[in-house]
Design a protein around this ligand. Sequence first.
Ligand code: GCU
Length: 343
Amino acid sequence: MKGLKQILAATLCVAVVVGTTGCSSSLTGGKRIIRISHAQSETHPEHLGLLKFKEYIEENLGDKFEVQIFPNEILGSAQKAIELTQTGAIDFVVAGTANLETFADVYEIFSMPYLFTSEEAYHEVMNDTDYMNTIYESTDEAGFRVMTWYNAGTRNFYATKPINTPDDLKGLKIRVQQSPASVNMAKAFGAAASPMSFGEVYTAIQQGVIDGAENNELALTNNKHGEVAKYFSYNKHQMVPDMLIANLKLLNGLSDEERAIFEEAARLSTEVELANWDDQAAAAKKIAEEDMGVQFIDVDVQVFKDKVADVQESMLEENPRIQEIYDHIQEVNAKYITEEGAE
Ligand code: GCU
């Protein structure tokens, strides 16, 4: 798989070097080819969402555009694919906000542990496109812009050993996303943080380089992590969204009518992705439990929250640019807090 990835990435790079305006301007049969990279399998809700994106664009602008989707990190890890999107070597990438922190540090907000107190609040904030556009514009200088979000569920620790309390994380090497805020969070939990790309996690657990990772249920099945890590603890530390990220020159080069169609395609892709998420997460849990022998542990979430209670404040002190969105999220959180507490 690595070999194929390298060949594909190299082919794209050659196209960028020899092309006058980069391979993003590649035409096939007079059509502009739109390339999208993502990290998931072809059954994942994000892939289904992107198929909708492709279908809508080709239905409405099929004489001008052909959309090609590259799953499974074929074109490289999220970070690599973001760089390709930045230069215009490819046009879109789906990546988690953790990967955007080094481009615009406002995205650190989504790595803050226990930021959202309910799924309802999370969805309301993320579905408020007018508000989110103010965040999405923050990477314009870097040459790309987020068009929409995808649900990536709730993140939890999983490992080769059971994690019942934060004490069990002590000394464990846990893979986190390549983001400063995620590294700090894992450290605050008492774990040894090991940042690496998503595609490397399976082998790293298998070879004992790390003891575990943290993610949603689909990582166990779609990415097969359940084969090598048999204990998944519902400590629910983050809801980190994935983003559909576009090369900004491509967007700015579209006519108003084309731009509106791309925007609508993005909106529809999110609709499809969200509609598939809950069922797929539940099915993944069942498969992991019944076929892969993964044990799901319902931990006392409050003990995990207490362990990282200072992190929110220290993140706000260190990065004042996240204060405004933090306050906004707290207002939305408050709407969904019931008498028995959130969730
Ligand atoms: C999830 C998320 C991906 C992310 C991955 C990770 O699968 O959907 O965008 O890359 O987690 O932990 O790296």
